[in-house]
Design a protein around this ligand. Structure first.
Ligand SMILES: *Cc1c(COP(=O)(O)O)cnc(C)c1O
Length: 423
């Protein structure tokens, strides 16, 4: 059976009573401790850590990580604005986006750094801001996500400028008199130090051809273990070969490159959890399964149905009492057969019952590892369920509201009826 992390049983029940369910809970202590680990990433000529804000864009989380010394990686113009509204100075935000924002000129005038992710983006920026500094995202020709859906490098990925197109980059840079001072590659390198070293080598090979480059980002993608038997990336081990490569580059080329990394998952993944409640139990006969239905699911966490991701799940009885155990599947509350929180590992098509405390309707259920790509990436408002509440467990031991549960009025706020339908 999985154990509780982040919260005690009493805290899980306190969340359920004070805020209702489903509610996301983030731990300030865990966020700050992950930020310290990231800031200790091995480096030789300086380090900037950017929080990839798409992982969990709540203002409270952004502010905690920014105060801890982290800058911001924004994946859209909206994310850049959101980080600014959360109080991040614009000069600490870098935009690395698939879609060029309509307000690019405005953002850059306010001080946001721009990282061009395609030749088109580079030319558009050059037209707006000739003579300025710019950075480019390259696809170094290597990918390393845990599945095709999270792979962000190699020939089957659309992210960044293909490494063989540097001639076109240099022509555009020349045409607009740009200063190409930043180089970026985010391939989702995972945990393996050998992959980080290989990626650093490929990226620095590109930097060698771009004489003005002073800062190089290796992106994010540091894996974390959510389940008890999974391990998290040791940043010291992953980063040492990267630091060695930067050192070697300085010796060979006489340029001391500033390192950047951009973790998302690593910073917030295990710093957040969902507290939900058992709303029903059904079984499908002796040859079937026992299902626990909870008042959460794809509306808060898509990862199990999307990738077969495993999250630790603990039934927290109320009131505490002796209970037996059993093997259960957990179904979410959406009218969608894929809304299952207990798929087989990496296979959303298959079911894998878990050993859990025997549940009763009304019990709290803790779902761990929900800090990254959950609140920000779920099937919001599907079945017209409101966006969940988000709270922070502060280092003061108190629970603080970060976002209220949405109301039906808020879900409907932007709807209108044409006159011919309104009577
Ligand atoms: C999403 C993203 C990251 C963070 O990835 P994680 O896997 O959450 O660490 C970093 N950089 C860029 C450009 C991204 O798009």
């Amino acid at each position: 059976m999985e154990r509780l992390s982040l919260l005690s049983e009493d805290q899980v029940r306190a969340v359920q009573h004070q805020f209702g369910t489903p509610t996301f809970v983030y731990s300030q202590k865990a966020l700050e401790s992950q930020a310290q680990k990231a800031l200790a990433f091995p480096h030789v000529h300086g380090l900037t850590v950017r929080y990839a804000v798409k992982a969990c864009p709540a203002a409270g989380v952004i502010r905690i990580l920014n105060r801890a010394g982290l800058h911001i990686d924004a994946s859209s113009g909206y994310e850049a604005l959101r980080a600014m509204r959360a109080g991040v100075p614009s000069a600490q935000i870098q935009l690395t986006a698939q879609q060029l924002p309509d307000n690019l000129a405005d953002l850059v005038r306010q001080g946001v750094l721009f990282n061009a992710c395609s030749l088109h983006q580079l030319a558009a920026y050059g037209q707006l801001f000739p003579g300025r500094e710019v950075s480019i995202r390259v696809n170094p020709g290597l990918g390393s996500g845990h599945s095709n859906r999270t792979n962000t490098g190699g020939p089957s990925s659309s992210f960044g400028i293909w490494h063989e197109h540097l001639d076109q980059v240099l022509a555009t840079v020349d045409e607009h008199n740009l200063q190409l001072t930043g180089l970026h590659s985010h391939i989702g390198s995972g945990s393996d130090p050998a992959v980080w070293q290989h990626c650093a080598r490929l990226t620095l090979g590109v930097a060698a051809k771009l004489p003005e480059v002073r800062r190089v980002s290796m992106g994010g993608g540091f894996k974390i273990g959510r389940m008890a038997d999974e391990v998290s990336t040791d940043l010291h081990k992953a980063g040492q070969p990267v630091a060695d490569e930067f050192n070697r580059f300085a010796q060979e080329h006489g340029r001391k490159l500033h390192l950047e990394i951009e973790p998302g998952t690593f910073l917030v993944g295990n710093a957040g959890a969902i507290v939900c409640s058992v709303v029903d139990m059904v079984n499908t006969g002796p040859q079937g399964y026992c299902f626990i239905k909870v008042n959460s699911g794809m509306t808060e966490v898509l990862r199990p149905s999307l990738y077969g991701a495993q999250h630790p799940i603990v039934v927290v009885p109320a009131p505490p009492e002796e209970r037996g155990q059993g093997a259960y599947l957990i179904a979410g509350h959406c009218c969608e057969s894929g809304d299952i929180l207990t798929p087989a590992a990496n296979n959303p098509e298959e079911l894998a019952p878990r050993v859990l405390t025997e549940p009763r309707i009304g019990d709290a259920v803790f779902i761990g590892g929900c800090g990254a790509y959950c609140a920000g990436m779920a099937a919001k408002n599907y079945n017209s369920f409101p966006e969940a509440c988000e709270v922070l467990l502060g280092t003061d031991g108190e629970l603080h509201l970060l976002r209220q549960r949405q109301t039906l009025d808020q879900i409907l706020a932007n709807e209108s009826l044409p006159a011919f339908l309104s009577t």
